[in-house]
Design a protein around this ligand. Structure first.
Ligand SMILES: *[C@@H]1O[C@H](CO)[C@@H](O)[C@H](O)[C@H]1NC(C)=O
Ligand SMILES: *[C@@H]1O[C@H](CO)[C@@H](O)[C@H](O)[C@H]1NC(C)=O
Ligand SMILES: *[C@@H]1O[C@H](CO)[C@@H](O)[C@H](O)[C@H]1NC(C)=O
Ligand SMILES: *[C@@H]1O[C@H](CO)[C@@H](O)[C@H](O)[C@H]1NC(C)=O
Ligand SMILES: *[C@@H]1O[C@H](CO)[C@@H](O)[C@H](O)[C@H]1NC(C)=O
Ligand SMILES: [Zn+2]
Length: 480
């Protein structure tokens, strides 16, 4: 019996070894976003929601307490900040809905893919990776369809499609990583939930807990497919998000029509950050400002040049001459009789903690069982460039802010990726074979036992000992 089992396992390992050989030689990175995944959704009690796959990744990888994201705390600005390392005022995707006074045109998310909206100075990491000889695959991430200097991602789908099942997205991504001829080395993958449920039912609803469990099953499926492709141990996996979610209510509504005639302005972006373009008939920005300033105690009104410096949100022509920011939990409408007020929203002050998203990472570049201090979402771009071994473009992040979550690479031996993967593959196979003969059962113990894996990484050049500022987790218990 035992001999048969060993034989079978060796067979499986050889098959996996064969498949791994068609994977890209260099470091692999998969960036995943679950839209609207607030940082503290991970801290809900086990009675309420169980997230075993995310927990598993945290225990065998790292989690940041939260990520300080970019103002405005919306989907398009933050997804573009994640892949460029730039604040919204610099990358130009300043809101989900924008007006460009030079183009005299409006932008609405998911509908405008022309370079005139996207290719205005910033270059997403998937293009940089390709300029450096890599191949990128992008699935549904904002900006996927846009050409940058004429270039698209090496793999993508023709247009954003929210109806594609999550399983299908993962299967496609794995296929791109394991393509016989042209495997990608960078994957960028987007999922809409738990944002939509958060808006509809609110962040504290039982429906949101169910959405989190669905997200966790999605992560489980991703881990399973990475494992069966022989990629899980080689993949640097980052799971993060664009923003969090705050509870809103029909009891906390600011009605603009009480203060300002709607025919005097173009309502470019709506709630909770209203962006106003004054229309010309005798109305200027001073008129708009005077009408809204001090109109409502929960509405902060700014001239563009006075927007708080901490927001890094002034220097772009797409930032409107007057913006009005609602306090957390408040919703801006024109007239309540025609408005739909959701139960959850975001867009608020990026220092208001419920706006901040998760960060979980796992893979050979990352330390294990570590809860790190928060960092900025613009710091993730230089981190990803470091992992891929490419030079980041000028950005607003710093590699120093994430140094504590990355394993130190040994200086005394830096073999080429090709020989590294060859040696590591051979040694890995030997180690696993020894493990099988000892009866450890690689697959049955994959979730419980992880120490065998770390050996491989120290062989391929990563230092294991703790040396940094991070705060180790004690078992799975964390301070909230
Ligand atoms: C844009 O593409 C052209 C032609 O492919 C190339 O010569 C040029 O260097 C590229 N510019 C940048 C900024 O990458
Ligand atoms: C979007 O995906 C769904 C599900 O795969 C498919 O039925 C539909 O045709 C797709 N829509 C477009 C425009 O491709
Ligand atoms: C909102 O619309 C209703 C119905 O058209 C109207 O009676 C009401 O005066 C409006 N409220 C404001 C604040 O303009
Ligand atoms: C944003 O929130 C932080 C934390 O609550 C607060 O200190 C700061 O004053 C707020 N900024 C603005 C402009 O409201
Ligand atoms: C962000 O980085 C860009 C590119 O280096 C730079 O032009 C801009 O001034 C930076 N913004 C801040 C607030 O430092
Ligand atoms: Zn949303």
């Amino acid at each position: 019996m035992a001999a048969v089992r060993v034989f079978e396992l060796v067979f499986v390992l050889l098959m996996l070894g064969g498949r791994t050989a068609s994977v890209h030689d260099g470091p692999l990175l998969l960036l995943v976003s679950f839209d609207g995944f607030r940082y503290d959704y991970l801290d809900r009690s086990q009675d309420r929601v169980q997230l075993p796959s995310l927990e598993y990744l945290i225990q065998t990888g790292v989690r940041a307490k939260w990520v300080h994201n970019t103002f405005v705390t919306f989907t398009f600005p933050n997804h573009f900040s994640l892949v460029t390392g730039l604040h919204a005022e610099t990358h130009g995707m300043v809101a989900n809905h924008m007006y460009d006074p030079d183009l005299h045109q409006q932008f609405h998310m998911y509908l405008n893919n022309e370079p005139k909206w996207w290719d205005v100075g910033a270059e997403p990491i998937w293009i940089t990776n390709q300029r450096c000889g890599g191949k990128s695959g992008v699935f549904n991430w904002p900006g996927m369809e846009a050409r940058f200097n004429g270039t698209l991602p090496f793999r993508s789908i023709p247009e954003y499609n929210e109806s594609i099942p999550y399983e299908h997205r993962i299967e496609t991504m794995i296929r791109w990583f394991t393509d016989e001829e042209n495997p990608i080395n960078l994957g960028v993958l987007y999922f809409e939930e738990p944002d939509e449920v958060g808006h509809k039912y609110g962040p504290d609803s039982p429906e949101l807990d169910e959405a989190l469990e669905m997200v966790d099953r999605t992560v489980e499926y991703l881990i399973e497919l990475l494992q069966s492709a022989g990629l899980f141990e080689r993949m640097n996996l980052i799971i993060t998000s664009d923003h969090g979610m705050a509870e809103t209510s029909v009891d906390r509504v600011i009605e603009l029509d009480r203060y300002l005639d709607p025919s005097t302005y173009l309502w470019v972006d709506k709630s909770p950050v209203t962006a106003i373009w004054p229309l010309e008939h005798g109305v200027d920005r001073e008129y708009i400002f005077a009408a809204l300033d001090d109109a409502h105690p929960n509405l902060q009104v700014y001239y563009k040049e006075d927007i708080p410096a901490q927001y890094h949100y002034r220097h772009n022509r797409r930032i409107m001459p007057v913006i009005a920011v609602a306090d957390p939990g408040w919703t801006i409408v024109q007239n309540i009789s025609t408005a739909v007020v959701e139960k959850g929203s975001h867009g608020y002050n990026n220092s208001y903690l419920p706006m901040n998203p998760i960060f979980v990472a796992h893979g050979p570049a990352f330390r294990t069982n570590l809860l790190s201090e928060p960092f900025n979402n613009v710091d993730i771009y230089p981190l990803m460039c470091h992992i891929l071994g490419i030079t980041p473009l000028p950005n607003n992040g710093s590699i120093d802010n994430t140094a504590s979550i990355v394993k130190r690479q040994k200086g005394w031996w830096s073999p080429s990726p090709r020989s590294m993967s060859g040696i590591a593959g051979t040694l890995g196979l030997l180690l696993m074979l020894v493990g099988c003969i000892a009866g450890c059962g690689y697959y049955s113990q994959k979730r419980e036992q992880t120490s065998g894996r770390h050996l491989q990484y120290s062989i391929i050049g990563y230092e294991m000992e703790d040396y940094s500022l991070g705060e180790p987790l004690v078992d799975s218990k964390r301070e909230v």
